[in-house]
Write a protein that binds this ligand. Structure first.
Ligand code: VG1
Ligand code: CO
Length: 542
């Protein structure tokens, strides 16, 4: 039976960079999740009788919201729900399932790299029929709806058993509990030369993948150990846990310090990698070398033709604005398109759909291609392995040769987490005000050549997205970028992105923070970070 439940709106359901993210206790407020899910449905048209994909990263509260979402989908008239066994679907796998089965859309339950548990983070995101995150037009509509919603619809059938693969008809709607790994693993086999990678591994190449007790565990076990023959134990922390074992499932040098230390040690494996809570990010570390995500994007784009799925070359590259310009040099040399978008994967969807970009990336450890419409952690790892298998060289050799050919973009991001929200907003507002006066100003030996507030004009649907980050460019091509995070749940996070281009190969071995030291000082001065936030130093440096 369908019930219509009356509700009162919440004022804080504005989706951020990647869906709505809040602390679990906030999501547990009466009707909080229901309001948001109904607001999603109310913002869509034409889904009657169609299929909705539902899955999440296995974090605390995942199963509860999945049950609610299934019952609400039934009450709202969907004809079918496909849900991953155990409530599990990595973000890229969900994107693939939506595309493969031509679903109307999907609901992904994740707060990605944010910690999980009863007092930690949870999130809900809607993806459209192309498999990608809903564009701003839809997320804006969801937010508007959430501010006035007064009822939601839910069916009162008992909870679905999520722990076995089955297909049931429930009050006229089909619920199909599917294997979360199978379709995704098959797609990876189509794109990459598993034979070559298997051969590399059989010759003694050692790889180590840390699933961080998050969603990629079952995928990585199946792909690396079973299909590619890596020895048992190559995949670590492979069991998805509701609290990720108490860690942040964020594959950066802070939260993957153990792996990093091991990769820098004497007996290091040849290749180390990790992914985040929902499986869309990647960390790549070669023996003795960390590969920055911006460099990784450029190197993957330059070598993608070595993998069967990209053997005909790539049409273009897209990167988020704060991502370094390393990929631009590859695009320039190849004579292919290069696109600069705001932060967040939703901005790549149109370029991918239009065939303008094939490979996309973000400095925040996100890389992906037109195989799905999300960034994809395991995809990036597999493309690296495919390249390593074909070239027969080490990661460090491939990276240094890339720099020698294209020059090196020294790059770092400094995050100031948990800053007072008003202080952070004030800092950005003050910068914005200062923009017209900055060109020509000197900071040490650096002279500002241009400064603006990045606005994106989507070449496909012509939509415009304003205020996507403050860019300050210096003479000679270096730059710093300031923006506030749209995924955090406590206070504000100020992100400062710092970049310098160095063409001279004899200057490619400087320690990154040292190579960027004058820009770091300039950034602190221009934004008066200490004066406005009280912080002497960033919380996280990547
Ligand atoms: C961050 C990253 C951004 C990424 C987003 C979602 O956003 O900077 O590049 O797309 O997270 O990734 P923000 O607004 O906090 O800077 V995930 O893996 O959290 O879905
Ligand atoms: Co993620």
């Amino acid at each position: 039976m369908i019930k219509t439940v009356s509700t009162t709106p919440y004022a804080d359901q504005k989706p951020g960079t990647s869906g709505l993210r809040k602390k679990v206790p906030e999501f547990q407020r009466p009707n909080y999740a229901e309001n948001f899910i109904q607001s999603i449905f109310d913002s869509l048209e034409g889904y009657q009788g169609k299929c909705l994909v539902i899955g999440g990263d296995g974090r605390y509260y995942n199963r509860d919201v999945i049950q609610k979402a299934i019952k609400m989908a039934a009450a709202n008239g969907f004809g079918k729900v496909m849900v991953g066994k155990g409530g599990i679907l990595s973000t890229p796998a969900a994107s693939h399932i939506i595309r493969k089965y031509k679903a109307f859309g999907g609901i992904i339950l994740s707060a990605s790299h944010n910690p999980g548990g009863p007092t930690e983070d949870f999130g809900i995101k809607y993806n459209i029929g192309n498999g990608g995150p809903a564009p701003e037009k839809i997320t804006d509509a969801i937010y508007e709806r959430s501010k006035v919603i007064d009822s939601y619809k839910i069916s009162d059938f008992p909870d679905i058993n999520l722990d076995r693969i089955a297909r049931e008809d429930i009050g006229g709607m089909i619920v199909s509990v599917i294997d979360p790994v199978e379709d995704y693993a098959a797609l990876m086999e189509e794109l990459f030369d598993f034979g070559a990678i298997r051969n590399l591994i059989s010759l003694g190449f050692r790889l180590c993948f840390d699933a961080m007790s998050a969603v990629t565990g079952p995928y990585a076990k199946e792909i690396f150990e079973i299909r590619l023959g890596a020895p048992d134990g190559s995949v670590r922390n492979f069991l998805p846990l509701p609290d990720f074992g108490g860690h942040h499932p964020d594959p950066n040098l802070v939260h993957c310090k153990e792996l990093y230390d091991e990769m820098m040690g004497d007996d290091a494996p040849d290749f180390g990698a990790a992914s985040d809570g929902d499986g869309d990010r990647n960390l790549i570390i070669g023996k003795g070398i960390y590969v920055t995500p911006s460099d990784s994007l450029a190197i993957l784009a330059a070598n993608a033709n070595l993998a069967p799925g990209y053997s005909h070359g790539i049409a273009g590259i897209a990167r988020s604005m704060p991502t370094s310009g390393a990929a631009d040099r590859v695009a320039e040399k190849r004579g292919i398109g290069m696109y600069e978008t705001p932060t967040g994967w939703k901005f790549f969807g149109n370029l991918l759909d239009a065939g303008m970009a094939t490979i996309c990336g973000e400095e925040s450890s996100g890389t992906g291609s037109n195989h799905v419409r999300e960034k994809d952690g395991l995809w990036a790892v597999l493309l690296w392995l495919n390249i390593l298998a074909v070239r027969g060289e080490s990661v460090v050799d491939i990276v240094t040769q890339h720099w020698a050919t294209y020059g090196r973009n020294y790059y770092s991001r400094h995050d100031y987490e948990g800053v007072d929200t008003d202080a952070a907003n004030g800092l950005i507002a003050a910068l914005r005000e200062k923009l017209p006066t900055l060109p020509g100003t000197k900071y040490g030996d650096l002279t500002v050549s241009a400064a603006d507030d990045f606005a994106y004009h989507d070449p496909v649907d012509k939509s415009v997205s304003q205020h996507q980050g403050i860019r300050i460019l210096f003479e000679g091509g270096s730059r710093v970028v300031f923006r506030l995070s749209g995924t955090g749940t406590t206070g504000a996070t100020l992100r400062v992105y710092i970049e310098r281009y160095e063409p001279d190969p004899t200057r490619h071995n400087i320690e990154t923070q040292e190579a960027l030291a004058d820009l770091i000082t300039a950034a602190q001065e221009i934004a008066d970070i200490k004066g406005r936030t009280g912080r002497d130093a960033p919380t996280v440096i990547t």
